[in-house]
Design a protein around this ligand. Structure first.
Ligand code: CAA
Length: 258
């Protein structure tokens, strides 16, 4: 893949968007590579958790403005459809995805981070949705995911004014979950990823699925998802081993993820 790299450390897949000369701006080639890498990640049984980051001083500085300038309305819609299907692939991936926001996360970059399950930011992160200033709306999910994450009023303010926020404010408004010194970003993201990777993965994946699906459903439907997932976990060997270990006052043995 020319623009997106995948490496594996233990059970953590590290996905790096690598188009540093354009601050990792997303054009169709980058989006296709990202989609292909996430297809690979989904199939790889050795990967339990994913960390997504950008090479250089940017996470992603947005959709590629040079690619968009001369697009027609139809081409613009097709471009958004490609990005939306790629970001939904991340959102719907059974495995948790952590965005390690290493710098600029603007426009499509902010939107990409919001499609991930958790966000850790470097102190150098600068985050926002500048699209309205370019005469367009956010097109890769920003108008939908941002209010769901930080609430209506704050999302409205940031999208309509295009004001960018630094890491500390992003944390204060819930746009990122943690801020760490720049040189500790990947260590912190890996620590979080590894703390999830040692868990029984059926429970991890069912919990992600419940949260994701439940956020889009009414409470009765959402609780039905949860009951189903809860019941399903009772059929796993890992549940039996974990509960037996607790009752027998011993450490649980290696999980089988089944
Ligand atoms: N598209 C295309 N190229 C981009 C880019 C983008 N979104 N962002 C940066 N680049 C390119 C620059 O054109 C520049 O290329 P050259 O060296 O060939 O001139 C290179 O990356 C480095 O950028 P700068 O020289 O501008 O670096 P800087 O440090 O002075 O500024 C920045 C950094 C503040 C991020 C600035 O580059 C910037 O404002 N970028 C655009 C951010 C933006 O508006 N993003 C939203 C795009 S619209 C969108 O994303 C729509 C959507 O909903 C999906």
């Amino acid at each position: 893949m020319a623009y997106v790299l995948l490496e594996t450390k233990g059970h953590v897949g590290i996905v790096t968007i690598s188009r540093p000369k354009a601050l990792n701006a997303l054009n169709a080639d980058v989006l296709n590579d990202l989609s292909n890498v996430f297809t690979q990640v989904a199939k790889d049984d050795n990967i339990y958790v994913v960390v997504l980051t950008g090479e250089g001083r940017s996470f992603v500085a947005g959709a590629d403005i040079s690619a968009m300038r001369d697009m027609t309305a139809v081409e613009g819609q097709e471009f958004a459809a490609l990005a939306n299907s790629t970001f939904l692939q991340i959102e719907n991936l059974a495995k948790p995805v952590i965005a390690a926001v290493n710098g600029f996360a603007l426009g499509g970059g902010c939107e990409l981070s919001m499609a991930c399950d958790m966000r850790i930011a470097s102190e150098k992160a600068l985050i926002g949705q500048p699209e309205v200033g370019l005469g367009i709306t956010p097109g890769f999910g920003g108008t939908q995911r941002m209010p769901r994450i930080i609430g209506y009023g704050k999302a409205m303010e940031l999208i309509l004014s295009t004001r960018k926020v630094k890491a500390d404010e992003a944390y204060a408004i819930g746009l990122v979950d943690k801020v760490v010194p720049h040189d500790q970003l990947m260590d912190e993201a890996m620590k979080l990823a590894e703390s999830i990777a040692v868990m029984p993965q059926v429970a991890v994946r069912q919990a992600k699925l419940c949260i994701r699906k439940g956020m889009q459903a009414d409470i009765n439907t959402a609780l039905a998802f949860e009951s189903e997932a809860f019941g399903l976990c009772f059929s796993t060997e890992d549940k039996h081993e974990s509960m037996s270990a607790f009752l027998e006052k011993r450490e649980a043995k290696n999980f089988k993820n089944r």
